[in-house]
Design a binder for this molecule. Structure first.
Ligand code: SF4
Ligand code: SF4
Length: 64
């Protein structure tokens, strides 16, 4: 998964839904002033749930 951090609003929906606990709110703030979400690639199983639940299209699926 790749992320466009500038679209993130820090709502946390993706963090709650990730089955592998791969997402967390980071201390990095984007240009809109929202804390963005960190993705731990080691934990990620590419289930794309985050991609489905994010209302702001932050995640993009990349072919392995
Ligand atoms: S693709 Fe699945 S495992 Fe990976 S960060 Fe998104 S919800 Fe979590
Ligand atoms: S669901 Fe989308 S906008 Fe909300 S915290 Fe996750 S990446 Fe950011």
């Amino acid at each position: 998964m790749t992320q466009n951090h500038e679209l993130c609003k820090g709502c946390g929906y993706c963090i709650l839904q990730c089955p592998k606990d791969a997402l967390s709110l980071s201390s990095t703030v984007n240009r809109k002033g929202y804390n963005v979400v960190d993705l731990d690639q080691e934990k990620c199983i590419l289930c794309a749930i985050c991609y489905t639940v994010c209302p702001d299209s932050v995640f993009e699926r990349v072919e392995a």
